[in-house]
Ligand binder design. Structure first.
Ligand code: CDP
Length: 224
């Protein structure tokens, strides 16, 4: 990055599962008048597309997943790029347990990663974007003007995820189960989940969402 950089602004927000990347990225994009791109939703939508084929996951190949990816598009909306499966909205399906359980398998496939990365990069050609994921600041936008790495304690991430899903705080059993699920997914995703050397670390465990959004917005404004 140089202080004379005039390329469209890209802000990357990476971190482990349920660290608050997407909700933060969405709010940061809205505050800055930029568009939000969630790379995880692309992995999820490709996984949902493959699942609709009905084949057991043991039989999935990179080629079958890439064929399934042909049904996925990324459509520019008012404030974000939204994935469509066969032209239709698919939010509930991609957030379900079935997709969440298999998405890391799909995300391990190098050609699928290349497909997602190309899709995400194409959005930055025409728009200023805030993009979130695991490797946006490393593999996809190594020259991004602002890179953020979000972390939070596993129990805090689990509590937020249950709150998001059920609209209420978790029981102790739910908290334990969700924490175990998140840690298992972190383990499966660990290869592609790395902070960029020049990322700004924000630990969100003890701070409000407003505060984390405010910090990122002011950093982005300085670099715009
Ligand atoms: O929101 P959450 O952290 O639960 O996950 P997500 O961002 O929706 O990502 C779903 C899955 O996609 C992850 O568990 C990873 O397997 C994969 N992913 C990835 O490998 N690389 C990215 N840049 C984004 C997601």
């Amino acid at each position: 990055m140089s202080s004379f950089d005039r390329s469209p602004l890209v802000v990357t927000i990476d971190g482990p599962a349920a660290s608050g990347k997407s909700s933060t990225a969405k709010l940061v994009a809205a505050r800055l008048g930029m568009r939000h791109v969630d790379s995880g939703t692309l992995y999820r939508t490709v996984t949902a597309s493959q699942m609709r084929g009905g084949e057991a996951p043991e039989l999935w190949t990179e080629q079958s997943v890439l064929d399934a990816a042909c049904h996925v598009t990324l459509v520019p909306g008012e404030t974000s790029f939204v994935p469509r499966l066969d032209g239709a909205e698919c939010e509930a399906e991609i957030r379900g347990e079935a997709v969440t359980g298999q998405v890391s398998l799909v995300a391990k496939m190098p050609h699928v990663r290349a497909w997602v990365n190309a899709m995400v990069r194409s959005t930055a050609a025409s728009h200023e974007i805030v993009v979130d994921g695991r490797d946006m600041g490393t593999a996809v936008f190594p020259d991004a003007r602002l890179k953020v790495w979000l972390v939070a304690l596993p129990e805090e991430r689990a509590r937020r995820r249950v709150l998001q899903r059920l609209g209420r705080g978790p029981t102790p059993d739910e908290l334990a189960a969700e924490t175990a699920d998140l840690e298992a997914r972190d383990l499966k995703d660990r290869e592609q989940t790395q902070p960029a050397a020049d990322a700004v670390w924000i630990d969100t465990t003890g701070i409000s969402q407003d505060e984390q959004v405010g910090r990122i917005v002011s950093l982005a404004e300085q670099r715009r």
